[in-house]
Unconditional design. Structure first.
Length: 370
């Protein structure tokens, strides 16, 4: 470390101070990437964000310097799973090992130069030597900083690893801070966004890392349990819904809206419409509108054929998706006793004697033996 001190002392404090002073992701990107490029003599760089959990990919977004936006988008869509340095860095972070690694130490370069990843992505972007810095918040992986040198320049060395490792605490602290501040900004942004969307049946909003930042009560009505704000939703979301978010993200520049239908474990089929939303900070969020799939028309037909009143039909519909009497009362703004009275009338008109049989009658399924 003594060999580094005389050279790095001033640069370390200057770059670390700039990183820690950042309050926005875009400012951090500029301070971190430009500062680290200078200290580590890199030509280009990128800052990639990792999903919290769920989606089967290493990264779901990021920013780059020296690599154009189209190149970054192609990396995220087609090449990230082929990147040996990214895989190694994420794996090391999740096992609490070293946060910093060099591509030259991970691969046989003679073989690697013949790989699809190198020939189709690295070579066209003039990337040859790469140093990766993993960033963590506690034990959770936040992302990876990649620093690049072109062919013909010296490879990154063990001394470069030591230099890079000095900046890990500042990067982790600043990224954590900017994410907390982002949450506060999102709260204000959501108020304005949702004020025009109150007519929708059920609304979820996820941030770019697939964490839940908003869900109205009707989401609980459809999904059967309340999602937890700030928790990684990706692991709990049906895979078609995650795919719809990723598809919507790739088409964000032309306001692409993605649609999917999927079936919940309890048998209810839902339709999801995913719209990418870009705030003033240029970050992408996912507005998800949930409703019963049109193929569930048998439910509407069944209710219409029972001769139910409007209130009885609403209660029967909520019973069919698994709500209890107190939940139905809360949803409709009536007392539990009123729900019970209406439900007795519904049972009589439907010719059933319990909730399970009513749900089966509405959905068109054969009623189980009771």
């Amino acid at each position: 470390m003594s060999s580094l001190s005389s050279v790095l002392f001033k640069d370390y404090f200057t770059v670390s101070r700039d990183i820690l002073d950042c309050d926005r992701f875009e400012d951090l990107y500029f301070a971190a990437l430009h500062g680290l490029e200078r200290v580590l003599e890199a030509a280009t760089s990128c800052l990639l964000l990792a999903p919290e959990k769920g989606p089967k990919r290493l990264f779901i977004g990021g920013l780059s310097h020296g690599v154009d936006e189209e190149g970054l988008a192609r990396y995220l869509a087609d090449y990230q799973t082929l990147d040996p340095l990214a895989r190694n860095t994420i794996r090391a972070l999740t096992s609490a090992k070293s946060e910093v690694s060099i591509l030259d130490q991970l691969v046989d370069y003679r073989t690697f130069r013949q790989s699809r990843f190198y020939t189709e992505f690295y070579r066209p972007h003039n990337v040859h030597h790469v140093l990766g810095i993993g960033v963590r918040c506690g034990m959770d992986t936040i992302g990876v900083v990649g620093l690049h040198r072109p062919e013909g320049r010296p490879a990154f060395t063990a001394e470069d690893l030591e230099k890079a490792r000095l900046f890990v605490p500042a990067l982790s602290a600043s990224l954590t801070k900017t994410m907390v501040l982002d949450r506060l900004h999102e709260r204000d942004w959501l108020i304005g966004t949702l004020s025009d969307k109150q007519d929708m049946e059920a609304i979820l909003i996820l941030d770019e890392r697939f964490s839940l930042i908003f869900a109205n009560k009707l989401v609980t009505t459809l999904l059967g349990k309340p999602p937890l704000l700030g928790q990684p939703a990706g692991a709990a979301l049906p895979e078609p819904l995650v795919e719809a978010c990723l598809e919507a993200r790739e088409g964000v520049t032309n306001a692409h809206i993605s649609k999917r239908e999927f079936t919940l474990p309890q048998g209810l089929r839902l339709k999801a419409v995913v719209e990418p939303l870009v705030g003033d900070d240029r970050r992408v969020r996912y507005l998800i509108k949930l409703s019963k799939a049109s193929g569930d028309a048998t439910a509407a037909d069944a209710l219409a054929g029972m001769g139910l009143t409007k209130r009885e039909a609403a209660i029967a519909d909520l019973v069919a998706i698994g709500l209890s009497n107190p939940q139905i009362a809360d949803r409709l703004g009536i007392s539990v006793r009123t729900v019970e009275n209406h439900l007795r009338s519904v049972f009589d008109k439907a010719g059933v004697n319990n909730r399970t049989a009513l749900a089966c009658r509405i959905s068109g399924r054969t009623s189980p033996m009771v």
